[in-house]
Design a protein around this ligand. Sequence first.
Ligand SMILES: Cc1cc2nc3c(=O)[nH]c(=O)nc-3n(C[C@H](O)[C@H](O)[C@H](O)COP(=O)(O)OP(=O)(O)OC[C@H]3O[C@@H](n4cnc5c(N)ncnc54)[C@H](O)[C@@H]3O)c2cc1C
Length: 444
Amino acid sequence: MRVVVIGAGGAGITAAIEAKRNNGDAEVIIVDKRKRIGFAPCALPYVLAGDIKSFDDIIEFPKNFIEEQGIKLLLEKTVIGINRSDKKVILDDNQELNYDSLILAVGSHSFIPPIKGVEGAELFTLKTIEDAEKLKARIDELKTKENPKAVVIGAGFIGLEMAFALAKNNINVSVIEVAPYILPVMLDEDFAKIVKEKIESDKLRIFCSEKVNSIEKNLVITDKSKYEFDLLVLATGVRANSDIAKNAGLEVNKGIVVNEFMQTSDKNIYACGDCIEINNIVLNKKNPSQLATTALRTGKIAGYNAVSNEKKSLKGVLNTAVTKIMGLTIASTGLTEFSATKNNIEFVKATISSKTREDYATKKNELIAKLIINKEKRIIGSQIIGDDEVVPMIDLLALAIKSGLSADELVMMEHAYSPLTSPVRSQISILAELCLKKLGVKKK
Ligand SMILES: Cc1cc2nc3c(=O)[nH]c(=O)nc-3n(C[C@H](O)[C@H](O)[C@H](O)COP(=O)(O)OP(=O)(O)OC[C@H]3O[C@@H](n4cnc5c(N)ncnc54)[C@H](O)[C@@H]3O)c2cc1C
């Protein structure tokens, strides 16, 4: 059988490897319009910041590794159409490729909002390694300029990671966000405020509740002020690449519609990664997830199912995410209070400000955490700010949400303790108990 994968990002490469692993006889071909593939997009801001030495260090899947798996790579070829009745994809050089199973892993593109003046502006976005190299060249040019200024539009995690990278390069950065607070998808206003206070400096200023009205030459004009720039970065989100699916008559909403087996509305065509809509486990509603971890997991399911009669499934995602800005690690999973309210879910929450180890431990870090539970005592969301120790905590809570655990179970959770490694009472357990108290549940 032949499996054709369109797209050599994290989702496509994972899908191809999984397909080949589960059916060594299958011919697996990846087609991508780009020449340079296999890099980690998430690492790009940190290369620009100088925390990772070079772009060469962030190649996760070298071409020879992919080919050694027995996968064929067709690079610098764009798929321009799908002929579903003949099960063929058409390439821009008029080549046609037959498939038995087709996997769409076509990713997403940077969204450019329709701001007045945006079309003529010299602006930068960050999606590919080429985008990052262009940005690096501009940053290097600015090193000779006195008091260089940058404006970043958008205070999601990519916008803030970029702002951090620019500030580390000695550029004065103004971040402009239309929402009332930063990281509005990951955090609620209370936690976003804490993060803003901790990451702002003379070099990095953040302005929320400000709408950009226009861009004129080297000026960004908002409804409240004007900002001069030598470098302008747009970090206003990404949108699913779904035209190819739409033109082939597949069902598409905000992304390509798939079932839990990653099958599109055509059972021989699978889709995965940034280009799809996926179920949110708590809300039971579909939306694009557009995280690397979602790309890899959906790619694995699509690749396996594309070559197997017995299908594997993925219930959905919680959009568990983490970012590191100015040395601060910020993580979240599940619903925020804002999203719970918007979806008419009644909840209680508890927050604590504590240390990662007992007071007597010499090395300990600050930790601020929030747990959100619903009226049925199920865990529905969490936000944690601190050091890298917050990552295993948020992962554990993601598993708790996915497994449908109740706050009672978290109160009684068993965890490892030693004076120099962890607190004797887990913060997660404390938070769960505080939530239950608010619900009026008595201790048994
Ligand atoms: C700067 C940045 C930082 C990020 N940080 C994080 C993070 O910290 N944590 C996290 O979880 N996620 C992060 N993400 C998101 C994560 O990188 C993406 O969710 C993930 O890479 C998506 O992978 P994908 O394979 O679905 O899509 P893509 O990486 O977009 O790959 C799609 C591929 O399809 C190809 N293609 C598209 N159309 C065609 C066509 N018609 N013919 C041929 N080829 C085609 C493209 O050339 C591309 O190579 C970050 C993203 C960026 C940009």
